[in-house]
Design a protein around this ligand. Structure first.
Ligand SMILES: Nc1ncnc2c1ncn2[C@@H]1O[C@H](COP(=O)(O)OP(=O)(O)OP(=O)(O)O)[C@@H](O)[C@H]1O
Ligand SMILES: [Mg+2]
Length: 133
């Protein structure tokens, strides 16, 4: 397989979210994730990038191809927004501070193989997700 390059997308508007979704799906497909698998990855990125716009105004989506012993994809979604006071609570289904479904973060965790979130009040939030082929 050819060596794929990392993609870094600054997110501060809907067009940037769309680009992050398209680029993550395209990277997943190039790595060999077929059909619904690349769509699951794109959906996860959509939820996390949308949270940037909703809660933090701007941030980054960084897409890393994993091409060592195992093939996979790693995506970091980070911002320097308000942070999350109670991560355990935010990870529960139907918990939302904005009155929407509150299925974003727990949904992303279910879609991916690995999920890590760190957040600090007034410092920001960083979510790292991975899926293995
Ligand atoms: N990047 C972020 N910065 C600050 N708070 C966040 C961030 N992402 C999520 N949160 C907090 O965690 C809660 C849960 O997030 P989640 O994405 O699961 O639900 P939601 O965005 O409220 O609803 P949905 O994604 O279903 O529209 C949010 O309501 C918000 O309070
Ligand atoms: Mg959300």
């Amino acid at each position: 397989m050819t060596h794929l390059k990392r993609i870094w997308i600054k997110v501060q508007n809907e067009a940037n979210v769309t680009r992050a979704v398209i680029e993550s799906k395209s990277m997943a497909q190039k790595l060999g994730f077929e059909g619904h698998l690349s769509q699951m990855i794109a959906t996860a990125v959509s939820e996390l990038a949308r949270n940037i716009l909703k809660y933090a105004d701007f941030g980054d989506v960084i897409i890393f191809p994993l091409q060592e012993e195992r093939i996979g994809i790693e995506i970091i979604v980070q911002d320097h927004g308000p942070g999350i006071a109670d991560i355990d609570q935010a990870m529960q289904d139907h918990v939302s501070s904005s009155g929407t479904l509150g299925l974003g973060l727990p949904g992303v965790k279910r879609l991916m193989d690995e999920f890590e979130i760190t957040s600090e009040i007034n410092v920001g939030t960083k979510v790292t997700i991975k899926k293995w082929l």
